[in-house]
Design a protein around this ligand. Structure first.
Ligand code: URA
Length: 446
């Protein structure tokens, strides 16, 4: 079977078979198919789309292009969660130990931040000593002994995705729903979890700007997972403004610990409890949302979620003193500067994309894969949408490595101030959880 035949078939809008997709993906990974043919095929997929069955077959081929982890010898059911990426999204740091503390093993492969979105691996690595470059046997050992393990993505996990993603980036084919869904789900399937809860973000600080787009992507990913025998659910959540208050790696670790102590921001607590509830439900650990919530709230109240976090940090080599004395352990920025409101009224928007870009300019994120980041810097919001604000009240604190009277700081300040919008009238708090898609939502994507 020639690569040109496969490209032509897709160009003409026909459905590729499982064998054709398998051959194409094998050719990509072996190097037999050159970049220009992959690029042509990507554009054909972008323009013609894919059926559900084609997307499932593509995902399967991509997942099996490298190592597929088998966790059956570790536990009868391992659960994972995946966020499509946002600003201030530190939910994994809370949800993973919270769910693990109820006795349900959580095994997760996470990414690093890129552009305005943060990454869990970067956040965790701000804890001194903590390693996210676990080998498969270290990952399994940690999961077996502690019921929780998180590692960065290794090169042998779904290698076809790495090749396709790099080419999508330079051929204007990133925003194809079947390509996004197969990219995300191939890595999830290869990582071996039995249950996967997707956190699909919608809004200014998210990849999906509309609820319809997010729902189409979520439904397709649910169908792919379901088609491969995984238990699935998806939460669609608002990312118009940052989640929680902290944006920046070490700052987000502090906020996650506060949340595990039951003292986190209300929106972050709501997001974490919603995701954790779905994780317990897909695993059959609870039969109803109420039962799940009761288990989770018990774990928060009696301290076992926080204890599990400490155990996890230690198991992956991190300094456990971070739990009680984060200020002594985590890196802190040279300058912290409060920005104040110049008007009074109500906050009606805190644009997540702009706050994410401001954090990126401070050094909290990277513009290109492999860039170094500064774990200490970031922004802590003191006012968010719906909050009342008086003239001179603090809006946020900027943690920076450059002085407040420097040109780069002024640029960041301008960006943050531009992210805030005010109203003279009271503004309601935005709804955070927009929709939950459970197994009943399946089979609507095609
Ligand atoms: N995340 C991924 O892993 N792949 C995509 O295509 C988009 C987001």
């Amino acid at each position: 079977m020639l690569a040109t035949d496969i490209i032509a078939k897709k160009r003409d809008g026909l459905e590729l078979t499982r064998e054709e997709l398998q051959t194409f993906i094998e050719g990509i990974v072996s190097g037999a198919i050159p970049d220009y043919q992959i690029a042509a095929w990507l554009m054909a997929v972008y323009l013609r789309g894919m059926t559900l069955q084609e997307t499932i077959n593509l995902t399967f081929a991509m997942a099996h292009s490298g190592r597929v982890m088998d966790l059956a010898d570790i536990a009868p059911f391992v659960v994972d969660k995946h966020s499509t990426g946002g600003v201030g999204d530190k939910t994994t740091l809370v949800v993973a130990p919270l769910v693990a503390s109820t006795g349900l093993p959580v095994g997760k492969i996470s990414g690093r931040g890129l552009s305005f979105t943060g990454g869990t691996v970067d956040k965790l690595e701000s804890v001194p000593g903590l390693r996210c470059d676990l080998t498969v046997s270290e990952f399994k050992k940690c999961l077996r002994s502690h019921g929780i393990a998180l590692s960065g993505q290794s090169h042998d996990l779904a290698p076809a995705d790495g090749i396709l993603y790099a080419l999508r980036d330079v051929t204007a084919t990133i925003s194809s729903i079947p390509l996004i869904a197969s990219s995300i789900m191939s890595k999830k399937i290869a990582a071996g979890a039995d249950g996967i809860v997707l956190d699909v973000k919608v809004g200014h600080g998210a990849f999906n700007k509309t609820l319809d787009d997010a729902e189409a992507l979520a439904t397709l990913m649910l169908n792919i997972g379901h088609g491969m025998g995984r238990k699935m659910a998806a939460v669609l959540s608002n990312m118009d403004q940052p989640l929680g208050n902290a944006v920046g790696n070490a700052l987000e670790v502090v906020e996650a610990i506060d949340t595990l102590r039951g003292r986190g921001p209300a929106d972050l607590i709501e997001q974490c409890l919603t995701l954790a509830t779905q994780m317990l439900l897909v695993a059959g650990r609870a039969q109803t949302q109420e039962q799940a919530l009761e288990l989770l709230q018990d774990s928060l109240r009696n301290g076992s979620a926080l204890e599990k976090f400490r155990e996890w940090i230690m198991a992956q080599g991190g300094d456990p003193r971070v739990v009680n004395n984060p200020g002594d352990v985590l890196p802190s920025a040279r300058f912290s500067t409060v920005l104040r409101a110049e008007v009074s009224g109500w906050v009606c928007a805190v644009n997540a994309l702009e706050i994410g870009m401001a954090a990126l300019s401070l050094g909290a994120g990277r513009t290109r894969k492999g860039d170094a980041i500064d774990p200490s810097v970031g922004i802590v919001l003191h006012r968010k949408t719906g909050d009342r604000v008086g003239h001179g009240d603090p809006l946020c604190t900027v943690h920076s490595s450059f002085a407040p009277d420097s040109e780069p700081f002024r640029e960041v300040q301008k960006r943050i101030e531009g992210a805030y919008r005010f109203s003279r009238e009271p503004v309601p708090k935005p709804e955070l959880i927009l929709k939950i898609l459970s197994p009943q939502a399946l089979h609507q994507a095609d």
